[in-house]
Design a protein around this ligand. Structure first.
Ligand code: ADP
Ligand code: MG
Length: 581
C-alpha cells in the first residue's frame, strides 16, 4: 500500500530549491553549452571557442571575444535573476538578446564548479581594465580570486557538472552522445551566425570550425565538406511590414532522411515550432519522396513586439502575432524552390561530422578556386537552373534511348529531360487547373469512345463513385451508373494518350472511388500518368521543342506528380570541374 502520510508544509532550503530550479534549465551538458554560447553571442563576440572533455561532465569551456563583464559585476552575474539585458516588463517586447532571464549562470553554479575570467572592453562607462579578473564559484561560495592577462572577452569554465546531483548524473549517456548533442548545437549556431567564427574541440580533437566569412554558403560548405553552392537556392521574401524571410533552401539532391537539417531562426533565435515545421513540410509535400526532408536554413526577421519568446523555458517555442501569413509565406518559399530544382548528376550523401582526417573540399581545383569564388561565378552566370526562363530557352540536341531529351541551355549547361515525366507533369497541371475551374464552366474536352467500357465496382465503392460522377465529367470522363454495381464509361479526356487510357479505366475508377481525402489528387495523378507519352517513343525535334515549351509553363517543372525528378542538370561549372578545363 502507498503510504498516505503527509509531511508538514515547509519552505525548501535554498540549496535544495536552487538545484531544483537549475534542473529546469540545465538538463545535460549541451544545455550549459547553449547558455554559454548565447551569452557570448549576446556580448557581441566574433570568435567563440568551445571545448569539452569527458562529454562535458569533466569540463566545458567557452571563450569569447565579446565586450566582457566589468570587474565590479563579475561576482554578481551568477546570482539568480541578475541580468544586464532587461530591466522592465516592457523590455520583453523589444528583446534584442538571446538571454533575458538572468538564470543561466545561477543554474550552472548550482550544479557545478564555475570559473569566470573576464575583461571588459573599454567604454564611456567602464574605464580601461588593466587585466582580467578571475573567480571560481563552488557550492555558492567564491573559492578563488585572482588576476590574469587577457584581451577583452570572457571565458567560462564549468567543471564537475552535476557533482552534487547524483540522480541527474545517472541519466547521462556516454560521452559520445553528449558530444554529438553539442556538435549539433554548434552547427546550428554556426549557420545561424555565419559572421561568427566557431571552433569546437572535443577531447582535444577539432570537431567543427568555421571562418566567420558571413557567407552562409561558405559556412555550410565548412560544416559539411561539400561544394554546396550549386545545390542551394537563396530565398528572400518580405511583406514589407510584418516579416522578412531569407536564407537558403537546398535542392532535391540534398534531401535527407531526417528533419535534422531543417533549421529555422527567428530574430537570431533557433526555434523548433511545431506550427512552423508543419508549414515547411506542407511546402515540400509531394515534391520530395516520402520520408525525405530538405536541407534548409531560413531566417525569419520579425518586429520584436510581434514575437513572444517567453513561452518555453528552453526557449525553442515561440508565439507569433502574424502566424497565419508567416506560415503561408514559409510554405511557399520552400515549395517554389523544390518545384524548380532539377536533380544533379551525382547523388550527394550528406556526411555527418568529419571528425578526424578531414576531407579536402572537392571543387574546381585546377584554378585554385575557393568554393566561395566559384559560388560567385556561378551566380553571376545565369538565371537559376530550372526556372521557366531557362527551360524556355533550352535547345534540344537529341533524344537518348527514346526516353530522354538532351538539351543545351544558353550558358552551355546540359539538361536531361525525362519525356514521360515531363508530359505527365504538363497533363497533371492542366487537369488540376480544369478541375479547380470546374465550378465555372471550364471542362476538359472529351474523347467519345466508340465502344463504352463497362466496369464493376464493389458495393461501398459504387456509392462513392456515383457521388463523384459530376467531377469526373468535368475531367472528360463521362461515366454513368448502369444498375447495381456496374458503370459505363463513355468518354475519356482528350489527349494523345487516350487509347492508352482505355486499358486503365478499371484502375482509374478504383482511384475515383477511394475512401480517402486525397482521392481527387490521386485521380488527377493517375490520369496524367496513364495518358502521358511513354518512354520508347521517338520524338521529332519539333515535338521535343513543343514538350519543353509546355514544361516551361507549368508551376513545378522539375518534379513529376509522384515526386521524382524530371530534369537532370549538368552545370557549366560541373563540366569545367570534371573535365579540368
Ligand atoms: P541572461 O543571459 O539571461 O542575462 P545569464 O545568467 O546567462 O543571464 O548571464 C547573466 C549576466 O552575465 C548577463 O546578463 C551578462 O551581463 C553577463 N554575462 C554572462 N556571460 C557573459 C559573456 N560571455 N560576456 C559578457 N557578459 C556576460
Ligand atoms: Mg544567458
Amino acid at each position: 500500500m502507498i503510504s498516505m502520510q503527509r509531511m508538514p508544509l515547509l519552505v525548501l532550503a535554498p540549496d535544495v530549491a536552487e538545484r531544483i530550479a537549475a534542473g529546469e534549465v540545465i538538463e545535460r551538458p549541451v544545455s550549459v553549452v547553449k547558455e554559454l554560447v548565447e551569452n557570448a553571442l549576446d556580448a557581441g563576440a566574433h570568435d567563440i571557442r568551445v571545448e569539452l572533455r569527458g562529454g562535458g561532465l569533466r569540463l566545458i569551456r567557452v571563450t569569447d571575444d565579446g565586450y566582457g563583464i566589468p570587474e565590479n559585476e563579475l561576482e554578481h552575474v551568477s546570482q539568480r535573476h541578475t541580468t544586464s539585458k532587461i530591466t522592465t516588463v516592457e523590455d520583453l517586447s523589444r528583446l534584442q538578446t538571446l538571454g533575458f532571464r538572468g538564470e543561466a549562470l545561477a543554474s550552472v553554479t548550482a550544479v557545478a564548479e564555475v570559473e569566470l575570467i573576464s575583461r571588459a572592453i573599454e567604454t564611456e562607462d567602464v574605464g580601461e581594465e588593466q587585466s582580467a579578473l578571475q573567480i571560481t564559484v563552488r557550492g555558492g561560495e567564491i573559492t578563488h580570486r585572482s588576476r590574469r592577462a587577457r584581451p577583452h572577452g570572457t571565458t567560462v569554465t564549468v567543471r564537475d557538472l552535476f557533482y552534487n546531483v547524483p540522480a541527474r548524473l545517472k541519466f547521462m549517456r556516454g560521452a559520445r552522445t553528449e558530444n554529438n548533442h553539442v556538435l549539433q548545437l554548434l552547427r546550428r549556431y554556426a549557420v545561424g551566425y555565419p559572421s561568427v567564427r566557431f571552433n569546437l574541440t572535443l577531447d582535444e580533437h577539432v570537431a567543427l570550425q568555421t571562418g566567420g566569412s558571413n557567407d552562409l554558403i561558405v559556412t555550410l560548405a565548412e560544416l559539411y565538406h561539400l561544394p554546396l553552392h550549386e545545390m542551394l537556392y537563396p530565398v528572400e521574401i518580405s511583406d514589407g511590414a510584418h516579416y522578412r524571410i531569407h536564407g537558403l533552401v537546398g535542392n532535391r539532391v540534398l534531401a535527407q532522411n531526417s528533419r535534422q537539417y531543417v533549421t529555422l531562426f527567428i530574430n537570431g533565435r533557433w526555434v523548433q515550432s511545431r506550427v512552423l515545421q508543419d508549414a515547411l513540410e506542407q511546402g515540400y509535400r509531394g515534391l520530395l519522396p516520402k520520408g525525405k526532408h530538405p536541407l534548409l536554413v531560413l531566417f525569419l526577421d520579425l518586429p520584436a513586439d510581434e514575437v513572444d519568446a517567453n513561452v518555453h523555458p528552453a526557449k525553442t517555442e515561440v508565439q507569433l502575432v502574424y502566424e497565419e501569413q508567416i506560415v503561408a509565406a514559409l510554405s511557399q518559399a520552400v515549395r517554389t524552390v523544390l518545384e524548380h530544382s532539377p536533380a544533379l548528376p551525382e547523388a550527394t550523401h550528406f556526411p555527418g561530422p568529419v571528425l578526424a582526417n578531414q576531407r579536402r573540399l572537392p571543387g574546381p581545383r585546377r584554378r585554385g578556386l575557393h568554393i566561395a569564388e566559384s559560388a560567385e561565378g556561378y551566380r553571376a552566370e545565369q538565371a537559376p537552373p530550372g526556372t521557366a526562363e531557362v527551360i524556355t530557352s533550352l535547345r534540344p540536341l537529341a533524344q537518348l534511348q527514346q526516353a530522354v531529351i538532351l538539351a543545351e541551355a544558353p550558358d552551355g549547361s546540359l539538361y536531361l529531360v525525362d519525356q514521360h515525366r515531363a508530359h505527365e507533369r504538363v497533363i497533371y497541371e492542366h487537369l488540376r487547373h480544369t478541375n479547380a475551374g470546374s465550378q465555372s464552366d471550364e471542362v476538359m474536352d472529351a474523347h467519345l469512345l466508340l465502344e463504352p467500357v463497362m466496369i464493376e465496382m464493389k458495393r461501398h465503392q459504387a456509392d462513392l463513385l456515383e457521388q463523384r460522377l459530376p467531377m469526373l465529367r468535368g475531367l472528360g470522363l463521362e461515366c454513368e451508373r448502369f444498375g447495381g454495381r456496374s458503370f459505363l464509361i463513355r468518354s475519356v479526356p482528350t489527349s494523345e494518350g487516350n487509347e492508352q487510357l482505355v486499358a486503365h479505366l478499371n484502375e482509374l475508377a478504383e482511384i475515383a472511388a477511394e475512401d480517402s481525402p486525397d482521392w481527387e489528387d490521386h485521380l488527377l495523378i493517375g490520369l496524367a500518368c496513364r495518358s502521358a507519352m511513354r518512354r520508347g517513343r521517338e520524338l521529332s525535334m519539333g515535338e521535343q521543342v513543343t514538350l519543353l515549351r509546355a514544361l516551361a509553363n507549368v508551376a513545378a517543372p522539375a518534379v513529376c506528380p509522384h515526386g521524382s525528378p524530371i530534369l537532370l542538370y549538368y552545370s557549366r561549372t560541373f563540366l569545367i570541374d570534371k573535365f579540368d578545363w
